[in-house]
Write a protein that binds this ligand. Structure first.
Ligand SMILES: CC(C)(COP(=O)(O)OP(=O)(O)OC[C@H]1O[C@@H](n2cnc3c(N)ncnc32)[C@H](O)[C@@H]1OP(=O)(O)O)[C@@H](O)C(=O)NCCC(=O)NCCS
Length: 198
């Protein structure tokens, strides 16, 4: 899938320059390096073991089959952040998109997470997603604040629903953002200005 508007050259709040672009197969080794360098406290709650080449291979295949949209931020030739949009292409949740996001510890609190999340929400609306969700462990306060700022609201708490990598059970918080109104407005705008075909 060709995504419009990329690459984006950005200067973060701390002056760091990054390039945001869709993940390509050639970026896979740098992405693996990024995930392997994350501190254990971040990897504690990741759903998949992102340090394994098998995971990466599957992930790149999902991206190539348009099941996942992945944006990466490059700082030089290193990945500084990654955000993914997961969606079911068929079935009763085909209107729902899920965001997952990670930023390199050294570049946090500089706005990168917000930029990646906003870009993904925008792309999701363009793809027809009407409701966005994010799943976080109750102690992931940075993520909870970030998504709250972007208009996400807590919708459910599943008690003792996830086990961290040490086997300790944690509550899972699901926050959501109904973007269908934005989508309806965009659709109206497009139909207002679409040239007649034929
Ligand atoms: C969550 C995460 C992606 C945020 O990335 P980031 O680049 O630091 O985010 P931003 O700089 O855009 O922060 C946006 C806002 O979120 C809130 N926030 C972010 N980190 C915070 C922290 N440590 N403490 C309190 N608020 C925080 C703030 O309101 C911040 O705005 P401000 O800096 O103007 O006050 C990053 O901390 C991360 O990778 N965490 C580990 C993985 C994770 O929790 N992923 C979410 C599950 S999907």
């Amino acid at each position: 899938m060709k995504l419009e508007g990329f690459p984006q050259n950005l200067t973060l709040k701390d002056g760091t320059q990054v390039v945001v672009k869709p993940l390509e197969a050639k970026d896979a080794p740098a992405l693996l390096e990024f995930y392997r360098a994350l501190p254990e406290e971040d990897r504690l709650y990741l759903r998949d073991d992102v340090t394994k080449p098998e995971w990466l291979e599957r992930f790149v295949a999902h991206v190539q089959h348009n099941e996942v949209v992945s944006l990466i931020a490059l700082h030089g030739n290193k990945v500084a952040g990654e955000a993914s949009l997961y969606r079911a292409l068929h079935g009763w949740t085909a209107h729902v998109g899920e965001i997952r996001i990670s930023v390199a510890p050294a570049l946090r609190r500089s706005g990168l997470g917000s930029v990646l999340a906003r870009d993904l929400v925008k792309l999701a609306i363009g793809l027809g997603v009407e409701k966005m969700i994010v799943q976080m462990v109750e102690s992931q306060l940075s993520a909870r604040r970030l998504f709250e700022k972007l208009g996400f609201r807590q919708e459910a708490v599943l008690r003792a629903h996830v086990k961290d990598i040490h086997g300790i059970k944690r509550d899972l918080v699901i926050a959501s953002n109904d973007v269908s109104h934005l989508w309806e407005a965009m659709e109206a705008l497009v139909s207002d200005f679409s040239p007649t075909v034929g």
